[in-house]
Design a binder for this molecule. Structure first.
Ligand code: GRE
Ligand code: ZN
Length: 319
């Protein structure tokens, strides 16, 4: 069965330095190995894809990427350069790779223009955003122009985790909880709720948000969100569609990246429906063959397996 992965990271030698903040969350030898594999685009990576039965990777610059750049002009130049490089890799291997653009969100208008260039001229399939950009989240009014372009181009924005701004008080004194094991997921889920309650999907009703890690726990909490929204003080916030789950069911697409476990997959299938779940491995942070074996053996119908493995990606990304 054709299998397409949507959370497949790489890095370039020039941009390695942006990952320094992530390095401290990993065991040094695990980080060294991951870094080596991030830098490999078409060598071992292709061999590993062949061995795992992964037909196509939609590549993305590893977190936090360009968003860690404090200078807006540098961010604009480096995003364009890495998107050009990515387009070159895809052009050399069109049957094995596609790509998500990096966006210089430090300059919202330039980011919107880069998204348009990346999609229309470079053939990339959307963009991947790593959490906040210098403290700014995607519900920021200044970033509406990026959503406007994404909706207009009909391409998804993939929201990927990264280290937060500072340390949440509840995690103070517990650095072992900072990172992909825990804080990245809860902060990313909170970021998604900022988009919903911040009106992004009321302004752009057909905007498409991709989320990794089986939806960062959101599929599990739809009913409770709606129930407690009916109870909460709204503080002047109203949702045009009434309940938060309406947005998460319509605008949200999730990938299986970094989660090889049936219970959350079945929850996501029931909560969001089989058209909203796509495959991803989180290469190089999880093992490709483990991920493809999970997909192959998951207790779902063959029709749903085909949607998750490739049909939804072909449709959403026009592959
Ligand atoms: C990820 O993308 O999932 C990731 C990183 C860095 C360290 C660990 C990790 O980007 O899982
Ligand atoms: Zn990832």
């Amino acid at each position: 069965m054709r299998t397409i992965g949507l959370e497949e990271h790489f890095v370039t030698p020039e941009l390695v330095e942006y990952g320094a903040g992530s390095a401290s969350i990993a065991q040094p030898e695990r980080w060294r190995e991951a870094s080596r594999r991030l830098l490999d685009l078409t060598g071992e990576r292709l061999a590993e894809m062949d061995a795992a039965g992964l037909d196509l990777q939609v590549l993305s610059l590893n977190a936090p990427g360009i968003q860690a750049e404090p200078d807006a002009q540098t961010a604009v130049a480096r995003a364009a350069a890495v998107n050009d490089l990515l387009a070159g890799v895809v052009a050399d291997h069109p049957d094995r790779f596609a790509g998500f653009a990096a966006l210089p969100l430090q300059d919202p208008r330039a980011a919107a223009k880069e998204l348009e260039r990346a999609v229309k001229e470079l053939g990339l399939r959307g963009a991947l955003v790593n959490a906040h950009t210098q403290g700014r989240y995607l519900d920021d009014p200044a970033l509406r122009v990026v959503w406007e372009h994404a909706e207009g181009l009909d391409v998804p924005l993939y929201l990927h985790p990264a280290n937060g701004v500072g340390t949440p008080h509840v995690l103070e004194g517990h650095p072992e909880l900072i990172g992909p094991m825990w804080s990245w997921g809860t902060e990313t889920a909170s970021h998604v709720l900022r988009l919903v309650f911040g009106g992004v999907f009321d302004d752009f009703p057909d905007a498409k948000l991709l989320l990794g890690h089986m939806g960062e726990s959101l599929p599990y909490v739809l009913w409770r969100l709606d129930s407690r929204w009916g109870f909460h003080h709204h503080h002047g916030v109203e949702l045009a569609r009434g309940n938060p789950s309406e947005y998460l069911r319509h605008n949200l697409y999730i990938t299986t990246s970094g989660v090889c476990s049936a219970p959350p997959l079945l929850c996501a299938l029931l909560a969001l429906g089989p058209e909203h779940i796509l495959f991803g491995t989180d290469h190089p942070f999880e093992d490709m063959a483990t991920a493809t074996a999970f997909l192959r053996d998951a207790p779902v119908s063959e029709a749903d397996r085909a949607k998750i493995a490739h049909l939804n990606a072909e449709c959403l990304l026009r592959l």
